[in-house]
Design a protein around this ligand. Structure first.
Ligand code: MG
Length: 252
């Protein structure tokens, strides 16, 4: 099932994607809901970010090849950092290129969407706490990441976390094709099977550090091929079983 959050000139609602239309649900995917008989053509609605998280936990260097591409080593434990919720951006909206940076880069990532309050769970228990998965772009000011001791500034500019277009449920997160295209040209192409730390383990690991809440996101790291974007570029992240997250880059 694919959940979308959208507006159609009225209130913001959740729905399920059905080919070229969306069907409204009464409630949200995080609780009991009923499927209504109201449908809208997909082209007539505005897709919004599928969740509004309390936090975005991101994993650095989770694909071994990406670590070596940056001249960094893989780690024995996941490297965590946070992106503030104010980085969230919907599909179709524009990434703002900040004046402070001269090297803004894309990072295609599979994002885990947390379903319910999650604390101190084992990897075996993680599955029932995951609602589904969406596409993410962990936009990074690479020059500032190299310059600063830690990554907060480089990862936290407004619009630096595009997510969407939907939350896909019932897919195997350990075997999904992941691809990023810049102006139509493939720049990153891999499979989530190349992840060092798997989603179930990551949920468990993070849940022993901080309580995860419904709608929280875990960005699971990016495969090789990261590179720069410029104002005017179109960047698309496609993950098998989920769909395509599409954004343009612009200046203020
Ligand atoms: Mg990343």
């Amino acid at each position: 099932m694919k959940f979308v959050r959208f507006s159609y000139g009225g209130p913001v609602v959740y729905g399920v994607l059905e080919d070229d239309s969306v069907r409204i649900i009464d409630g949200t995917p995080f609780e009991k809901y009923t499927v209504s008989d109201k449908t809208y053509l997909l082209e007539k609605v505005r897709l919004l970010e599928p969740v509004v998280p309390s936090k975005i936990v991101a994993i650095g260097l989770n694909y071994i090849d990406h670590a070596s591409e940056l001249g960094m080593e893989s780690h024995k434990e996941p490297i965590l950092f946070l992106k503030p919720p104010s980085t969230i951006l919907s599909t179709g909206d524009s990434i703002i290129y900040p004046e402070m940076s001269k090297q803004v880069e894309y990072e295609a990532e599979l994002a885990i969407v947390i379903k319910s309050i999650t604390r101190h769970v084992s990897a075996d228990q993680s599955g029932e706490r995951i609602l589904g998965y969406t596409c993410a772009n962990d936009v990074t000011a690479r020059d500032l990441q190299k310059k600063d001791i830690q990554w907060t500034r480089a990862k936290s500019f407004d619009t630096f976390a595009p997510i969407g277009p939907c939350i896909a449920t019932g897919i195997d997160p350990d075997n999904l094709k992941i691809e990023l295209r810049l102006n139509g040209e493939v720049k990153q192409s891999s499979n989530t099977s190349n992840m060092h730390f798997k989603p179930d383990f990551l949920v468990s690991f993070i849940s022993h550090i901080m309580t995860l809440c419904p709608g929280d996101l875990i960005l699971t790291g990016t495969p090789p091929g990261v590179g720069p974007m410029s104002p005017g570029d179109k960047v698309e992240v496609t993950i098998e079983g989920i769909g395509t997250l599409s954004n343009k880059v612009t200046t203020l």
